[in-house]
Every structure is written in C-alpha cells, then in structure tokens.
Design a protein around this ligand. Sequence first.
Ligand code: 5AD
Ligand code: SF4
Length: 518
Amino acid sequence: MTKETKDFSKYFDFSGAKIISEDEQGKKIRIGGRDIHIMSEPNYRQEKQRGKEEVRVLYDQAVPEELRSLGNGKHYLIYTYGCQMNEHDTEVMKGMFEQMGYTATEDRNEADVILLNTCAIRENAEDKVFGELGHLKHLKTEKPGLILGVCGCMSQEESVVGRILQKHAFVDLIFGTHNIHRLPQLLSDALFSKEMVVEVWSKEGDIIENLPKKREGMRAWVNIMYGCDKFCTYCIVPYTRGKERSRRPEDVIAEVRELARQGYKEITLLGQNVNAYGKDFEDISYRFGDLMADIQKIAIPRIRFTTSHPRDFDDHLIEVLGRRGNLVEHIHLPVQSGSTEILKRMSRKYTRESYLELVRKIKAVIPDVVLTSDIIVGFPGETEEQFEDTLSLVREVGYDSAYTFIYSPRAGTPAAGMEDNVPMEVKKQRLRRLNDLIGELSRERNEQLRGQIVEVLVEGESKNNADVLSGRTRTNKLVHIEGPKEWIGQFIQVRVTEAQTWYIKAEPVHQQTAEAVS
Ligand code: 5AD
Ligand code: SF4
C-alpha cells in the first residue's frame, strides 16, 4: 500500500515522499522516483542515552562465504576524512573489501564502489563531504552502475541523512560508525536491490573482534576502546561514536603481539579518551596504566597513544610511562582552553590549575617529555581576557605543537545553544595570534635540539623532494635527512643540524642502521 506523507519525521519532511511499506525490516519510501530502504536511521535522543545494557564481544566472521567473490574483477576506493579513528576504520573496510574479492584503486573512474568515510567534528569537514558528493554526482550520471556510499560520523547525524535523502538521492548506501562490520551485507543489498540502503544504528551494539584489516607501511593503529562518555559541550563525538566500550586486554595484547611478529616498528593505541580504558570492565580491575605496562613488554620498538583526556590521566599511568623503553616521551594532552571559566562551560571537568598540576607531575617523571595539544578559540562568549589565559597557559606548558580550531557549533550539542557574542573576525584574529605563539614556541623547542643526537624512524621520501628522506623522532617530530632509500623502514641515529618551525633537518651519525631497543 502506498500512502502520502508530509511529515515522515523531524528531518525527513519532504512533500511528495511516499511510504511504500513499513515493517520490522524498516521502511521503504520513494522520493522523486528513487526507492529508499531505511533499515534504521540515526536518532539523537537515543545516541545521548547511556544504558546499562551489556556489551558483548563477538568473534564471528564479518564476510560470509557467499559474499567472498562479490567483488571479483571490481575496484573500490575509499576517501577518508577526519581523525585517526576514521583512518583505522578505513583499514578495516579495506580489509573487508579485499575479502570480498575487490581490488583497491586510486582512480575514481576505475572504481565500481566509492565510499566517503566522513567526519562531523566541525562544519568545514562536513562542507568538504557535501562538495565531494557534488563532484561524484557527475561520475554517477556517466556510470550508473557505480555504487556510492557515505559512512562514518556524518551518517550518525539525523540532519545529514535527511539532507542526503532530500538532495543527494543518487547515493546508494548510508551506514554509520557502529555497523561497519555490516558493510558486506549492505553493499550486496545495495547492488542487488537498486534501492538506496540506509542502516544507521543509534545504539553502539557489540564489540566485533577479528575484522580483517588492511594496514600499510611500518606503523599500525590499534583500537583499544570505542566511543566517549565525556560529553564536552561543544563536541559531537559522544553522539556519533556512542558510549565508552573497552576491548578486552587479551584481544588488544594479542593484536599487538601479532603486529610485532609481522615486523611493525610503531604502534599507536587509539581511543577517543584512552585514559578511560577499562572503566567499563565489571569483572576485572584493569586500567590504561596496566595495559601500557603489559604492552611495554612486547618487542615493538615504539608505542604511542592518542588521545588523552587530562581528567582521567592517573599517577599509575605517569609512573608506567616513566619506565620508557618502547613507551615514547610524547603525550598529546588536549587542553582546549586556558581559562577555568571556559573549561567549566565546556564541561571539561578540570581547571587551569589542575591541568598545570598534571603537566608538572608528568614533567617531574619524564623531564624531556614533548607535550602537544588541541585548543579551541572563540568558544561562545569567550572574552579577550579568557583568550589571553589560553595564551599564557600555552607559554607556561611550553607545547611543542598544537592543533588549533575556531569553535564550530554542532547541532544537538549543548554549546550550540549558548549565546555567542564573539564576532567571527575576532575569532579569526585570536586563531592567528595563537598560531603565531605556537609557531614561535615550536621553533624555539626545535632550536634546543640543534647538535643533539636523536633516533629517527625513516618513513619514506619527503613529500616535496624525492632526494630527501623523512622520518619521525620518538617525540613525533618530523625530520628531513639525506640518505639512501634502503633506510626507509629503519631506525637511524642522526644529529640535528637545523631547526625549522614544523620540522628539523639532521645528518646521519653512523652509516649503519640501528634497530631501536625496547
Ligand atoms: N569546534 C571546534 N573544534 C572542535 N573540536 C571538537 N569539537 C569541536 C567543535 N565543535 C576539536 C577539539 C578536539 C579536536 C579533535 O577537535 O579540540 O580535541
Ligand atoms: Fe569530544 Fe570531549 Fe569526548 Fe574528546 S573527550 S571526544 S572532546 S566529548
């Protein structure tokens, strides 16, 4: 039965949309001749809730036998926006594509499936995705068999899904961050049904282990937890990534061991707030410090982690990091603002003083630590004085670098409803002043390294000059050196010869390479 509807829901309000059917399989609707199968749609109210329901850990196969030849002779391409969590999700999706028989391509004209793995953190990230969809529309017109998908954080937003249904109905597939493992099934549904398939879960569901991953290079990411319960008032992540769920320590450790066996040189442990790791375990008392202590014993030369929340950074973790070995002396410790009043309105749950106290404790145990940060300027109502508190904190901490952002209102977050009397021109000016200060500090800190010997993991040719190799120090500083291509993938001892703002130049100390000790 077909019936007219004008108010399908808050965001699906298109005159002319018809509901074709509605049952436990979801809704089938038709908009402007396009059939859309909404298996489930995002729901902010549900995303906000933090239920007590148990999170199961599943060890099933994500790619069923019958779909393992779906992509034979076909190509896939994934564009990834945003953070390392998204980069890593892309590696998982690539793994699944390849188990389905697909081959990777960089050429969009060759691709049979194109996915946009999107980021919702700021408005400009979303604008880029909608811009790209505009370009891809032409490709889809030329090649109607192409499957176009949107996944990642933007798919978790009600307003985004509504906008795609309304204005970009040529998209074939929308799925969210909680059901990435459903990609094979959803893709085959989209291919065979010719409908747009929408499946976005508002509840996080289970932790799925054993998903295939296609990693590249010598550095690997490993998820230790998913989601975030912090609900900073400006941030969309708790809504798009769900509640905090930690992977079991034995699963994380097994994955790191396997990567060590495969010869990876560096591992970054990933979570929106890694310091909350283990808080959700009910049967064991095992936190991030314990995990780091166990991972330190594995023969991987370098272990990093990102990202930290100052509130949960405990003394045990500081003590463990002080043991060094493969635990590098770099901590990304986002502060967001140097003003206690603004931090309170951001609901960061620490003060300027307690953050500085944490920095003091870390420096007491790791004197040569490199600290980096995320900072937001122009939060609603931020005064000149409060902004200057941020500048003075940046000086006091002495960051080596920081990612800086102008506050971007995100629909559905508490800060989006706060009164904001700071003109955009003032916000832009503050960003420039902050960036100037950070550039100055970064250069100073790099200058202090001149003449020192540091260990570099050589990653490849420099982006702008193929005769120069580029790599990273333990503290994650970018280094340029001249040397043979055989050094790529090796640890080299170098002497710093020149400091720039965003990188250092160095010369090799020994001609032979030295593996780092763990
Ligand atoms: N506006 C600007 N920056 C934001 N961030 C998160 N949400 C917003 C927002 N609404 C920044 C924070 C966070 C980083 C990943 O992005 O600094 O640490
Ligand atoms: Fe967003 Fe705050 Fe969670 Fe970081 S800790 S992801 S800024 S809510």
